[in-house]
Ligand binder design. Structure first.
Ligand code: TRP
Length: 374
């Protein structure tokens, strides 16, 4: 029997079938030819491309065509501040930073601080204000170039955005939103309008510069409905359709499927977690693909495909292909025990987070440099 799963910008549940999503959403798989073409410009590919963690796209060929003609694109991604940042959030941003460095391009980073106020029952503007600040620190800590990175905050840059959002909204009907997001007649009208705000940064730089500029949006696959709609509308207001590149989700600790979520503190690792907390969470909650007893594990070996610790190494913490392969082999053969695999991961996460937390502290003085001044 087929398992049910759901992927929308506001709900991800069940065991996600990414092949099915590619078909349903109408995105294209990133093939070897495209990878070769990217490699020509970047040198060695990022492991998230090599391992197909970024697995799908829209119009990436066009972005490269334009780039090769000397017409640089800009990057656009974002975060709706509504809670603390966990490792799953960082995954696409780390890749975005790599793109910024390799292609030498601008990044427009949107903080739609109204999104979750409109969508969720229990989030207020007081919450989003606090998390806006906290979340900006995490983004800055990843090392984006302040000269080429612009934060736009919906409520603070409303003067710049609202007119453009209305141009978009005028071309979207209620029935389009209903079918794209699964909203019904009971949905509040703010949630129906919201997608037009998320469309704006895909062409705002073109408006500001007075020159149509290609846009590439790196994002987790759940955001695609917003940009599918955006792409439909853009030609109607005389703008380019944004291109996009999609990644899969870092799973929660409890299961090697679905999506890490900060509303489940026990199954997510936050960027502010202490080494002790990381240790405790991984040891206690990280779902293991190992066998029940050490004897059995040594005889039969573990299953890395369902092992959350292994998946975190593959998707985030072990960029070295050779090392990853060795770990996989040893785990499958039973030579590497679950407890040992977990220790490898704990060390990696804690090394990363210690650095990240230092940079996060420093970022407190840098916020102003990143906020777009109009
Ligand atoms: N809707 C996203 C969220 O829930 C935030 C967001 C705004 C975004 N613009 C984006 C995400 C562009 C990816 C790309 O966090």
């Amino acid at each position: 029997m087929e398992e049910k799963f759901k992927v929308t910008p506001w709900e991800v549940s069940g065991k996600i079938d990414y092949n099915k999503l590619i078909k349903e959403f109408g995105v294209s798989r990133i093939d070897e030819i495209l990878l070769k073409r990217i490699e020509k410009h970047t040198g060695k590919l990022h492991f998230m491309l090599r391992r197909k963690i970024f697995f799908a796209h829209r119009d990436l060929k066009w972005i490269l065509d334009e780039y090769e003609k000397g017409n640089k694109f800009f990057l656009y991604t974002g975060r709706a501040p509504s809670g603390p940042i966990h490792l799953g959030h960082l995954l696409p941003w780390i890749f975005t930073k790599w793109l910024q460095d390799k292609f030498g391009v601008e990044l427009w980073f949107q903080f739609p601080d109204e999104e979750k106020v409109l969508i969720k029952n229990n989030i207020t503007f007081k919450d989003t204000e606090k998390y806006l600040h906290e979340n900006m620190l995490d983004v800055i800590a990843l090392g984006f170039d302040p000269k080429r990175t612009h934060f736009i905050i919906d409520t603070k840059h409303a003067n710049l955005m609202y007119k453009e959002a209305c141009e978009v909204a005028k071309k979207i009907t209620f029935s389009m939103v209903k079918s794209s997001f699964g909203l019904n007649e009971q949905a509040n009208i703010g949630s129906i309008f919201y997608t037009s705000m998320q469309a704006v940064p895909a062409f705002l730089p073109s408006i500001i510069k007075g020159k149509k500029t290609p846009c590439l949006i790196p994002h987790a696959i759940d955001q695609d409905p917003h940009f599918r709609l955006t792409r439909d509308i853009m030609p109607k207001i005389g703008q380019y359709k944004p291109a996009s590149i999609q990644c899969s989700f870092l799973p929660p600790l409890s299961k090697a499927e679905g999506k890490m979520s900060s509303s489940e503190a026990q199954t997510s690792i936050l960027t502010t977690d202490s080494p002790k907390e990381v240790e405790r969470k991984i040891r206690k909650y990280a779902f293991s693909g190992g066998k029940d007893t050490i004897e059995e594990h040594k005889k039969k070996g573990g299953n890395p495909d369902v092992d959350v610790s292994f998946q975190y190494l593959r998707m985030f913490f072990e960029p070295d292909d050779e090392k990853l392969k060795q770990i996989e082999k040893d785990y499958k053969s039973g030579k590497l025990l679950t407890s040992e695999l977990k220790e490898i991961l704990i060390k990696k996460i804690n090394t990363f987070l210690t650095e990240h937390q230092k940079k996060r502290e420093k970022a407190k003085k840098e916020i102003d440099k990143f906020i777009y001044k109009n």
